[in-house]
Every structure is written in structure tokens, then in C-alpha cells.
Design a protein around this ligand. Structure first.
Ligand code: 5AD
Ligand code: SF4
Length: 465
């Protein structure tokens, strides 16, 4: 029997890349590959790239420079190391990568991962294989499922892609070009995948999609289901203790999603709802198709049914034409909403997007200064939010042993890490924890009881027909 070939995947960027990397490992596992953490020992190295923000392609080329050296070392040792570029940079710049980086054997876009075995065979015949089409077939149906061992090794929390791509075309964003137009997986497939995960110890499911609340997959009744309706169905699956979803667009917050937050205990009261800017003028230049007021209304709808709900967001500072007044409108919106956390970025032009042609660039100094002000405000909100947990009892889903001996780490409903001295038998359980103190971003506390929180995951009411 030939020894297994070794695969090393380096993943950048979003949660979907994490999920995709796992699907690639599963699919190549079926071809006789095992994962290795050691790049030098790998027979195949995959760079799973991200194209969303600044200097994405430069980072890929410098990483490829390092890999070229590793490949030459392997060749000197009489081994063949193949190098593949996957992810959104592969999709956007496939031909260029092939032309510029002779060390690359394969380029594969996110919609073609199910073709990896075939690409590998082509590369094995000496061809430099490239696949960046948007094939019509359902890649999820072809990609291998994870083994029981792989699921167990990946822990109690898992991502499941339910939707991919985006038709919104915000003027700064590459996603509609790299991930393609919006598609939703059928409900039955998602339910199967979640069931397989929970059967093997997963307790928390995060449904992911670039525009997850635009979900409109086919339900068992043959109709298009909304994300809200899907959430009710997921909550019925035995073993699901917690459900999350990410990333949402304010315009796709509908009645069924609000109802799900009202009715489902398992649906965590923490929503990532990017707004990008608080200025209507900038929102319109960004083609966000919503105003700051419409965003506030969406937030209010969640809060009305779940007062304890918290939000995080994404912000871009220094979008072309952004004035000090526009920026202040963003700070004002942040003040009004009050976030538990947020990601903030300096605008960077992405080639091929409409905003890349906009002329009124904000200076680098101004961008730096605005980013600093925005982050200071978010940091103060986040630390107030975290401090408010001190002295309260919160539910924690325990994930793994911590670095400190005898200590476990888990997460609260708001994804705050919580450290507790406890036996590792409670990994995978939700337990009440009294929070005593805060150390940077981490909560420290102690178990209140030895009994797990019993959570009825079943809905209190159902939505739709
Ligand atoms: N420049 C800066 N930030 C960007 N993002 C997306 N495109 C750009 C860009 N061109 C940010 C947005 C988005 C997050 C994932 O990345 O805030 O919500
Ligand atoms: Fe990009 Fe999100 Fe806008 Fe879609 S909705 S174009 S993914 S920023």
C-alpha cells in the first residue's frame, strides 16, 4: 500500500474559507491525503486566499516566494511538492497567477473545489491546471463529507455553508465577482449535514453565507424557504444547543428572522449586522440600498423581540468622498446603536469594483485618524459590554481545555471567551457560570452548578404554512 500523501492548507480571510478548507481536506482525504501542519513535509500545499481587502494579491505572491524555496528543497530531497492557489484571489487573478508564479501547479476558484481531484491528476501529468469557471452543478453534492474522526477533531462548534455569493454589488466589494451570484443550498441537504455534525458531538452550528439572510433554498415542500424558517428547522435537530448565522444584510431582515429570534431559545442573541457607514450620502455611494435610519429600524425590530440581543458590525472609513461630517454620522450611529464589538477597515480600492474608479480619495493620514477614532469608540463600547457581565450568571458552551492546567475555555452567547476551572467532562455542555472578573477580552468565572443548562431547542411557535 502506498503511504498517504500529505496535504497542508493555509487559509486566510473569512469563516467560509475555514469551511471550504475543511471540505477540501475531506475531499482530498478520500483521495488518500492526510493533513500535515508541516509545510516542508507536504506533497500538496494549498493557499486558500482572501481578496476582500488591501494587498491581498501581494501577500499571496510573497507567500508563493517562500513556497518556491520549500518546493526546491523538496525536489533536492527527491520529493515532489505541488502548489495550488485556491480562494478568492485564485478566482479574481487566476491567469495572472499562472503567468507570474511558475511555481504554481494549480489554480482553483471557490466554485470548483469539487474538481480538485481531477485538477490534481492533470497537474500530475505536468499540466498547469486552472479552473475558475462557475460550474452549474452543485459542488456541495460532490464534495466529500467529513469523517466522524474529522468532525470530532474539529470540536463542538461548526460552520455550515447555507448560502453563497451575493447579488448586492456594494461598490467597494469583490464578493459578487469572486464568489459569484447568490445561491442557496436546499433545506434537506443542510439538515443532513447538521444532523451528521450533531451525531458526532457538535453542539453549536453557525450557518454561514456572504449574504446569509438572503437565503432562499428549496424546502421539503418545494417552496423557497427563508433563513428564519430554516432556523426553526435547525432548532428541531436533536443535539443542537446553539445556532448562529453570519453575515446578514440589513435589507434582508424579514418577519421570519425576527420571529425566529422571538421564539427560538437556541438562536443566540448576537447578530453580526454590517452597516459600513452612518452617512446616507456615503451609503448611497456604496450602493448599500439602505439608509442609516433603515438600519436603526432593523436593529430595533430585533431588540423589540429580544431585549438582550447584541450586535456587531463592519465599518469602512475613508470611502471615496467621505467628509468629516459623513464620518461623524458614522460615530453618531455607533453611539446610538451601542455595539458589543465591530470590525473596522480603511477603504482600499479593489480592482474591477465601481468604487475603484472613484476619484475623491481620502488621504492616508485622514483615514488613519478616522480609523483610530472609530476604534476607540468601539473599544469603549465593547469593554463596557464585557464589564457588564461581571457579577452576573451567564451560559457558557465549553469548547476545550485552556492553556492553564485545570482550566477550560468556552464561549458565552455573545462569543466572549470564558475561562473556568473545571473538569474536561463538561466540554460540549452549556453550563451556568458566575463571572467574577475580566482579563482583556476574556471573562473569568466559576461554575454555578454541576448540572448542564437544559435548553428546549424546539420552537414555541412555527412560522409559515
Ligand atoms: N475596502 C475596505 N474594506 C472592505 N470590506 C469589503 N471590501 C472592502 C474594501 N474594498 C470590508 C467590509 C465588509 C468586510 C467583510 O470587509 O466592511 O463588510
Ligand atoms: Fe459585498 Fe456584503 Fe455588499 Fe454583498 S452585501 S456586495 S458581500 S459588502
Amino acid at each position: 500500500m502506498t503511504p498517504p500523501r500529505k496535504l497542508h492548507i493555509k487559509s486566510y480571510g473569512c469563516q467560509m474559507n475555514v469551511y471550504d478548507a475543511q471540505r477540501m481536506v475531506d475531499t482530498l482525504g478520500a483521495e488518500g491525503f492526510v493533513e500535515t501542519a508541516d509545510v516542508g513535509a507536504a506533497d500538496l500545499v494549498i493557499l486558500n486566499t482572501c481578496h476582500i481587502r488591501e494587498k491581498a494579491s501581494e501577500k499571496v505572491y510573497s507567500e508563493l516566494g517562500r513556497l518556491r524555496v520549500a518546493k526546491e528543497d523538496a525536489a533536492r530531497a527527491g520529493r515532489t511538492m505541488q502548489i495550488a492557489v485556491a480562494g478568492c484571489v485564485a478566482q479574481a487573478e487566476g491567469q495572472e497567477i499562472i503567468a507570474r508564479a511558475p511555481t504554481v501547479d494549480m489554480v482553483v476558484g471557490p466554485q470548483s473545489y469539487h474538481h480538485l481531484p481531477e485538477l490534481l491528476a492533470r497537474a500530475g501529468r505536468g499540466e498547469r491546471a486552472i479552473e475558475t469557471e462557475f460550474p452549474a452543478e452543485d459542488k456541495f453534492a460532490v464534495l466529500a463529507k467529513p469523517s466522524r474522526e474529522a468532525i470530532r477533531a474539529r470540536g463542538v462548534s461548526a460552520f455550515v455553508t447555507v448560502q453563497e455569493g451575493c447579488d448586492k454589488f456594494c461598490t467597494f466589494c469583490v464578493v459578487p465577482y469572486t464568489r459569484g451570484s447568490e445561491m442557496s443550498r436546499p433545506v434537506a441537504r443542510i439538515v443532513d449535514e447538521v444532523t451528521q455534525l450533531t451525531d458526532n458531538g457538535v453542539r453549536e452550528i453557525t450557518l454561514i453565507g456572504q449574504n446569509v439572510n438572503a437565503y432562499h433554498g428549496e424546502g421539503p415542500d418545494g417552496r423557497a424557504w427563508t433563513l428564519g424558517r430554516l432556523l426553526y428547522r435547525i432548532a428541531e435537530i436533536p443535539g443542537v444547543a446553539r445556532i448562529r448565522y453570519s453575515t446578514s444584510h440589513p435589507n434582508d431582515v424579514d418577519d421570519s428572522l425576527i420571529a425566529a429570534h422571538r421564539d427560538l431559545d437556541a438562536l443566540m442573541p448576537f447578530v453580526h449586522l454590517p452597516v459600513q457607514s452612518g452617512s446616507d450620502r456615503i451609503l448611497s455611494a456604496m450602493n448599500r440600498k439602505h439608509s442609516a435610519a433603515a438600519y436603526r429600524t432593523a436593529v430595533d425590530r430585533f431588540r423589540h423581540v429580544r431585549p438582550e440581543i447584541a450586535f456587531s458590525s463592519d465599518f469602512i472609513v475613508g470611502f471615496p468622498g467621505e467628509t468629516e461630517e459623513d464620518f461623524r454620522a458614522t460615530l453618531a450611529l455607533i453611539d446610538q446603536i451601542g455595539y458589543a464589538g465591530a470590525y473596522s477597515f480603511k477603504y482600499s480600492p479593489r480592482p474591477g469594483t465601481p468604487a475603484a474608479d472613484m476619484q475623491e480619495m481620502v488621504s492616508a493620514t485622514e483615514m488613519d485618524e478616522r480609523l483610530e477614532r472609530l476604534q476607540a469608540l468601539i473599544d469603549s463600547q465593547q469593554s463596557a459590554f464585557n464589564k457588564a457581565a461581571i457579577g452576573t450568571v451567564v451560559d457558557v458552551l465549553f469548547e476545550r481545555v485552556a492553556r492553564k492546567p485545570g482550566q477550560l475555555v468556552g464561549r458565552t452567547a455573545y462569543l466572549q471567551p470564558a475561562h473556568v476551572m473545571a473538569s474536561d467532562e463538561i466540554i460540549g455542555q452549556v453550563m451556568p457560570v458566575r463571572i467574577d472578573s475580566l482579563e482583556r477580552y476574556s471573562l473569568l468565572g466559576e461554575l454555578v452548578t454541576a448540572t448542564p443548562v437544559s435548553r428546549s431547542a424546539a420552537p414555541l411557535a412555527t412560522v409559515g404554512a
